[in-house]
Ligand binder design. Structure first.
Ligand SMILES: Cc1cc2nc3c(=O)[nH]c(=O)nc-3n(C[C@H](O)[C@H](O)[C@H](O)COP(=O)(O)O)c2cc1C
Ligand code: SF4
Length: 678
């Protein structure tokens, strides 16, 4: 038996967990009609197969109708959920993992214009900034109704074969009761700590009465809201002790912070550029103070830190949640002593930011996550070995190279630059986005192991490719910044990438025109403003940087608001002209009837990229398929068979931004779904 602290079993009441790594609750927004159907099951099962000890499925499954699914949560208040849960729990148990589910009432952390359009409820009228609802202050019958709803839902989950239920308290209704900031009820549920916690205990009592003792109950709660007037650390320790002493629950899952604002949420679930494991010591203090089973997750992305968390006795079970979205097979790789093969979570929070925009959670650099029914996490060998030539070593090209090499093909990659990475290499120059380079480094190390041949500093042409005698050519040459957006004065502008790469020196009074709304615009703004320059970010959109999304915006705002940066929405830069050593910018609006001017010394355009596709068109006449991709074959996951040119000698494809400007996830998905069937 291994002596790795992470691989030691753990006994939680009657349940033996096979190791110390858990996936904490997270709603990936995969439910269909509020039910965990095939997609959900396949996603959950992959992590069980990968070796995790306990998968805490669902995030915040709703127990009541007035807790509507604000990010497509499971509807635990419906009886029809039981058979769906049963299918999932049976499948997970067969893989040797335990499975629990998180139940919640969101309280004010939702919207009234979802689900059944019922008023949002909370123990006060205070609005939650993130979800914007003004709640109804709860009455006695609301309290009774919701306590019963929790008990009913817990019973359904037990009937569905779950090993236990965790209450999502933090930021949701239960902690809205516990916190003096959000509880303005009079006794018996408001006022003193004892009164405020009464709701939580009444919920646990009602659930325990229904599910009996042979069922795990736990709570994920904040033990320090980090807000003036809120639950502080001393209160948090007291709350933890009271939870333990209640005899109603089996473990504590510790959170530090508050989630009522984007900024607060980002401190609870830190993104790239923020410190790793920021709350681990705090969780350790709670464990020490309570001597009670303690779980915790918050940016513990690597095995070494997770091992430390267990070895140092900070926690009993360590959460590696996003890490498992990036690589569901972490435990298997630890057991097989292949830790270096673990695909690293880079903290991009593409997963989480998407669900807050109403999308499904996808991992920025694992396109199989959430698509387990169609996309493999482990690539199968091809029957016939082919020669695959790839041009471009950005994320798309490297993913195609990795997947084709896993298939057993002979793979050659040409790259014009000295180093791999493309746009990611530039992006990762910002200190805060440095972790992005792991997307490239991991693929390079996998490709090297698989024997892929790389030619850097090589501007591939048709002859060089022909000399390789390819069966398949994949063009992944990316794009070049697109700046020709003005009716006059295009020669006076530079691109956001010119600034990020350091090719162009920042001006002192700069207008950034950003209608791509992605990271490059804000990265350029930060780069320029940090030199002390004055920066105006202008967009014709209703909000700035919409593609950056909520949690990713937080570190930018924390930086940009301290600098000389202003934001102008709903205006469009139309043209520019020189005036001495200054530039006059002419500004209009899509709404019409407005003309304004700005006098500045630099204009930076962020308008995505235009495909670098010359080589593709050069290669097209010699190909069998003349570049055609059958979308039906692509989507149904079968090999491409288009034949348009009998004289052609190779199949030709292009992927990523060489087709059209999109994002890293799209580039990697293009590559995976094409190359897995070559
Ligand atoms: C897509 C997504 C959805 C999440 N939803 C929930 C949720 O509903 N309830 C919850 O307690 N935590 C939720 N979380 C937070 C995770 O459980 C975990 O605390 C967080 O990701 C930090 O741990 P990590 O750094 O190991 O990922 C979610 C996380 C992600 C990525
Ligand atoms: S999107 Fe980023 S944070 Fe989310 S799982 Fe993938 S790498 Fe990790």
């Amino acid at each position: 038996m291994s002596n790795d602290p992470l691989l030691q079993p753990y006994t939680l009441k009657h349940l033996t967990l096979r190791n110390r790594i858990i996936v904490t609750s997270h709603e990936p927004a995969y439910p269909e009609d509020g039910m965990p159907k095939e997609r959900y099951r396949a996603y959950t099962l992959e992590r069980a197969r990968g070796g995790v000890a306990l998968t805490m499925t669902a995030g915040s499954a709703a127990v009541s109708k007035d807790s509507p699914p604000v990010f497509n949560n499971l509807l635990a208040y419906k009886d029809e959920i039981v058979p769906w849960i049963r299918e999932m729990t049976d499948a997970v148990h067969e893989e040797g993992a335990a499975i629990m589910i998180q139940l919640t009432h969101l309280g004010r952390r939702t919207r009234w214009d979802k689900g059944d359009w019922l008023p949002v409820v909370a123990p006060s009228h205070h609005r939650e900034a993130s979800h914007r609802s003004f709640p109804k202050k709860m009455e006695d019958w609301d309290i009774e109704r919701i306590i019963k709803d929790f008990a009913d839902a817990a019973e359904r989950m037990k009937a569905g074969g779950m090993d236990g239920v965790e209450l999502e308290a933090y930021g949701h209704l239960i902690d809205q009761f516990n916190s003096p900031l959000t509880n303005e009820l009079d006794g018996p549920y408001g006022g003193s700590l004892e009164n405020r916690m009464r709701f939580c205990f009444d919920v646990f009592k009602a659930m325990r009465a229904r599910v009996g003792d042979d069922f795990i109950l736990g709570v994920r709660y904040t033990a320090d809201e980090c807000l003036p007037g809120g639950t502080g650390k001393a209160d948090g320790i007291e709350i933890s002790r009271r939870l333990r002493d209640s005899g109603l629950i089996d473990y504590l899952n510790v959170i530090r912070g508050h989630i009522d604002t984007d900024a607060g949420l980002t401190d609870v679930i830190p993104i790239q550029g923020m410190a790793n494991s920021p709350h681990l010591d705090f969780a350790g203090e709670i464990r020490a103070a309570t001597q009670f089973p303690t779980f915790h997750a918050a940016k513990i992305p690597d095995v070494a830190t997770a091992r430390h968390a267990i070895a140092a006795g900070k926690v009993d079970m360590v959460g590696m949640t996003r890490a498992h979205m990036t690589d569901p097979h972490i435990v298997r790789k630890i057991i097989e002593k292949r830790e270096e093969d673990i695909r690293p979570c880079v903290g991009a929070n593409y997963c989480l930011d998407r669900i807050y925009q109403g999308g499904m959670a996808f991992c920025i650099h694992n396109a199989a996550t959430g698509r387990e029914q169609t996309m493999p996490h482990t690539i199968a060998k091809a029957d016939t070995r082919k020669k695959v030539v790839i041009v471009g070593a950005g994320p798309a090209g490297l993913e195609a190279a990795r997947v084709a090499a896993e298939r057993g093909h002979a793979v050659v990659v040409f790259e014009a630059a000295n180093d791999p990475g493309g746009q990611i290499r530039l992006t990762a120059q910002s200190e805060r986005r440095r972790e992005m380079i792991s997307i490239i480094d991991w693929r390079m190390s996998q490709c090297e192991k698989l024997g892929v041949t790389f030619y850097f500093n090589n501007w591939a042409d048709a002859d060089m490719i022909a000399a390789e005698g390819p069966d398949v050519v994949i063009i992944a040459t990316g794009g070049l910044p697109h700046t020709e957006v003005l009716s006059k004065g295009n020669e006076l502008v530079v691109s956001s990438w010119d600034i990020i790469s350091g090719d162009v020196k920042p001006g002192t009074n700069v207008l950034i025109f950003d209608d791509a709304g992605d990271h490059a615009g804000l990265q350029a703004a930060e780069f320029i403003a940090k030199t002390g320059a004055k920066v105006e970010i202008m967009t014709p959109d209703r909000s700035f940087a919409p593609e950056v999304m909520a949690m990713n915006l937080v570190p930018y705002m924390r930086s940009l608001q301290k600098l000389d940066v202003t934001f102008t929405v709903t205006y469009r830069l139309q043209s520019a002209e020189k005036s001495g050593n200054q530039i006059i910018a002419h500004v209009g609006s899509d709404y019409g009837g407005v003309t304004k001017q700005r006098t500045i010394d630099q204009i930076v355009i962020n308008h995505g990229t235009i495909p670098l596709d010359d080589l593709y068109f050069e290669m097209k006449p010699g190909s069998k398929n003349l570049g055609e991709v059958s979308y039906d074959q692509l989507i149904s996951g079968v090999p491409q068979t288009a034949e348009r040119n009998p004289a052609g000698t190779y199949q030709l494809f292009r992927i990523g931004d060489a087709v059209a400007a999109r994002n890293t996830h799209a580039a990697i998905y293009d590559a995976l779904r094409l190359a897995k069937d070559i």
